[in-house]
Ligand binder design. Structure first.
Ligand code: NAD
Length: 322
């Protein structure tokens, strides 16, 4: 019998790619999503979609009861907009902290492994680059603070109940189905401009850098992290009662101007840039060192920005036509 996974946030950008991949690997997949930011059309028919708010503890428990035994939880549902978290930190914590606690409670019945989608840039703040998991965590936003708290809840739950969870800290994820509001949102915004033959609008001098990691690489790393936790092949990372936490990024800093150049190469035209005033509070540079994930999980995380941008533009093109 195939194993069963629940993907929270499976109607969203990254979660829906994870659902596709798990189905292709033969998993029985259920999606939990309140559709606050995700789309029904992102979810393949083979995966039942349950419209449930992860912050509603009772609804989640009732749902888990109705689904039956669950082997793995991939917790990808989140309020993932940093600006929303600054405006309404209590709402952010309700979804990102309480929601995670509720997932742990629901997973408890089956002693199932929970894999948390966490964040790199929003947790480390200004740390040395490329940033390793050993860097101090100084989240500059309520969103990063909530994700860090969620990681601690996973570790504490694992210690208390002797179960094996893990977390993956993503860099700026981009690819087909992304929307412009997430941490890698600039790729979707630029993509729209490039396809329209318009100029890019860049805030500041465009030399600020990000670590753009392709969604396919993020999905492979997430599945590998969950598999390693369930199989216990990550035991070396569980010393002192910690849970494994892996950075998932390329380690490459790509400037905003270089990202736009990749777009221009992909569409075969020089479109130019309009520069605007820098935005306050933005991190200047970020890049994640994913050596740990490469070594322990055997994942490559090596899709180049040029390759990933072409795939993203191909998809954006189909959206414009649709
Ligand atoms: N995109 C990035 O660059 C990035 C970077 C770091 C971490 N992450 C994390 O990865 C995960 C997926 O991010 P994404 O970019 O796919 O975002 P997304 O917004 O596309 O996906 C999140 C999904 O969660 C759902 N959701 C939100 N609140 C919910 C609730 N209360 N109950 C049930 N479902 C709810 C949304 O409808 C959406 O479908 C998130 O946990 C995010 O914090 C993303």
């Amino acid at each position: 019998m195939s194993q069963r996974a629940v993907v929270t946030g499976g109607a969203g950008f990254i979660g829906s790619h994870l659902v596709d991949r798990l189905l292709s690997l033969g998993w029985d997949v259920h999606v939990v999503d309140d559709l606050s930011n995700g789309h029904r059309h992102n979810v393949p028919e083979a995966a039942p979609l349950h419209e449930v708010d992860v912050a509603d503890a009772n609804a989640l428990l009732v749902l888990a009861e109705s689904i039956g035994p669950i082997d793995r939880w991939y917790h990808f549902a989140a309020q993932a907009d940093v600006r929303v978290s600054v405006e309404d930190p209590a709402f952010d914590a309700r979804v990102n902290v309480i929601g995670t606690i509720n997932v742990l409670q629901a997973a408890h019945r089956d002693a199932a492994t929970v894999l948390l989608a966490s964040t790199g840039g929003a947790i480390y703040g200004d740390a040395p680059l490329p940033t390793t998991e050993a860097a101090p965590t100084r989240p500059p936003s309520p969103y990063g603070t909530a994700k860090l708290a969620a990681e601690h809840y996973l570790a504490q739950h694992a210690r208390l109940h002797g179960v094996r969870h893990a977390a993956v800290r993503f860099a700026n994820v981009y690819g087909p189905r992304q929307d412009p509001h997430g941490e890698g949102g600039v790729v979707a915004i630029f993509g729209g401009k490039a396809l329209a033959g318009a100029q890019a609008r860049v805030f500041g001098d465009g030399r600020q850098t990000r670590d753009f990691v392709y969604v396919g690489d993020v999905v492979e790393a997430s599945i590998a992290a969950s598999d390693a936790a369930a199989a216990g092949t990550d035991a070396e990372l569980r010393a002192d009662g910690d849970i494994p936490i892996y950075n998932v990024g390329t380690g490459v800093q790509t400037s905003v101007v270089d990202l736009w150049s990749a777009m221009e190469r992909a569409v075969g035209r020089d479109l130019g840039i309009e520069f605007a005033d820098a935005r306050a509070g933005e991190i200047e540079h970020s890049a994640l060192d994913a050596s740990l994930a490469r070594r322990v999980l055997g994942v490559a995380i090596d899709t180049s920005v040029d390759t990933g941008v072409v795939a993203t533009l191909d998809w954006l093109g189909t959206q414009v036509e649709a």
